[in-house]
Design a protein around this ligand. Structure first.
Ligand code: NAD
Ligand code: 89V
Length: 348
């Protein structure tokens, strides 16, 4: 591998701007090409970030460029075809969430990556937020003892539909868009889950899917967790995009408070732990913690490529997260408790 890894970005839409800024912050990476079906978006990205070449066809991009990796921040219905092209050219992929429209689609993409022996990471950034990396360190210190309970709450009333208009039309909306972040966080913090119960709600009129959901998970190591999330919450100030909540253990409690302040209630008393932002020049409120986490996610992908190790949110690992998502939708539709291990299986 060369000193600076050469990458391309396919999809130069709304969220890809954060990816492009993020890649520019990594000294050992060079984005050599961008691609979008919409040439104007690709050209604008190339001009803004000083990127040499512009494509409107992913086929032509792969046929022309010698790439060390490709970043695909397009929406999920495009992922199977675009990753298949990357795998056919032996190019490692970092793929934005949601992975695919359903678990079978995720399994087909993982099977294709493994058949081609090409690394695949899902760009799942919440666990790479400074806040949750600090939470993980506190749990690893053992200060809370054995975990018994966790609650992760993500509630907002922001107009998400202006930046991401496709969300009006998706039938699997809130669990797919935001619940997936919390399901990944639940696995990251509390371990694998072996049962899922879920209730969804459609509160706003004129949308195709659910805009609020509550999920109850039981974890193999004994904890219970509750994940609740909503795009229909009226609150001032609006907490977007903060994940709030608490984690209880046999020896103490950790409160995940507003403005990135953690509070540990332990044997030694109570202490606040403010978690700083990175202070990058291009980030801005309220998106800062998400924007910072984009760079950390990219750093992890590049480090994994260089070391030849499996990334934390590899395609294969993410099958367990998407099995929880599939179980949540099944539970909401049936009103029953669902066991996700029966859904995972091996990639097709
Ligand atoms: P978008 O529609 O603004 O951008 C997607 C771009 O991909 C468009 O410009 C489109 O023309 C292009 N595209 C589609 N198919 C293509 C193809 N075959 N070849 C080349 N270009 C193609 O979408 P967005 O709002 O930026 O969302 C993209 C993804 O990012 C979504 O899956 C969304 O869930 C995710 N997202 C993640 C976070 C996060 O915090 N991780 C935040 C926002 C959005
Ligand atoms: O896709 C997403 O993660 C977005 C969010 C608003 C959470 O960033 O919808």
């Amino acid at each position: 591998m060369t000193a600076r890894l050469k990458g391309a970005v396919i999809g130069c839409g709304f969220f890809a701007q954060n990816h492009l800024y993020g890649w520019a912050d990594l000294d050992d990476v060079e984005i050599v090409a961008v691609c979008d079906l919409d040439e104007a978006k690709a050209r604008l990205a190339a001009e803004r970030f000083g990127i040499a070449r512009v494509y409107t066809s992913a086929e032509t991009l792969f046929a022309t460029e010698a790439l060390d990796f490709v970043d695909i921040p397009t929406t999920m219905e495009t992922h199977e075809a675009l990753t298949a092209l990357a795998f056919a050219h032996g190019v490692p992929v970092i793929l934005q969430k949601p992975f695919a429209p359903d678990l079978d689609g995720c399994r087909r993409i993982v099977a294709a990556a493994e058949a081609a022996n090409v690394p695949l990471m899902i760009h799942e950034d919440f666990r790479f937020q400074n806040l949750f990396r600090t939470v993980r360190q506190i749990l690893d210190s053992g200060e809370l003892g054995r975990l018994t309970f966790g609650r992760l709450s993500w509630r907002t009333g922001i107009d998400v539909y202006s930046n991401q208009p496709y969300l009006v039309h998706v039938e699997r909306f809130m669990i797919m868009d935001v619940g997936i972040h919390l399901l990944d966080l639940a696995r990251f913090l509390f371990g694998e889950a072996n049962s899922v119960f879920c209730r969804t709600q459609q509160i706003r009129e004129g949308i195709a899917g659910e805009d609020a959901a509550t999920i109850l998970l039981s974890h193999e190591q004994g904890a219970t967790s509750v994940l609740d999330f909503s795009y229909a919450t009226k609150r001032d100030p609006d907490p977007f995009p903060q994940t709030l909540g608490e984690i209880e253990g046999t020896e103490g409690t950790l409160v995940i408070g507003a403005d990135q302040v953690l509070t540990v209630h332990g044997k030694g008393g109570t202490r606040p732990i403010p978690v700083p932002q990175d202070g990058r020049a291009w980030t801005s409120a309220p998106w800062t913690q998400i924007q910072d986490s984009v760079v950390h996610t990219q750093r992890h992908f590049i480090d994994s490529l260089r070391r030849g190790t499996e990334p934390a949110t590899s395609g294969r690992d993410s099958l367990a997260t998407y099995a929880l998502l599939e179980a949540a939708y099944l539970s909401a539709a049936s009103g029953r408790l669902i066991h996700p291990d029966r859904l995972v299986g091996d990639p097709a």
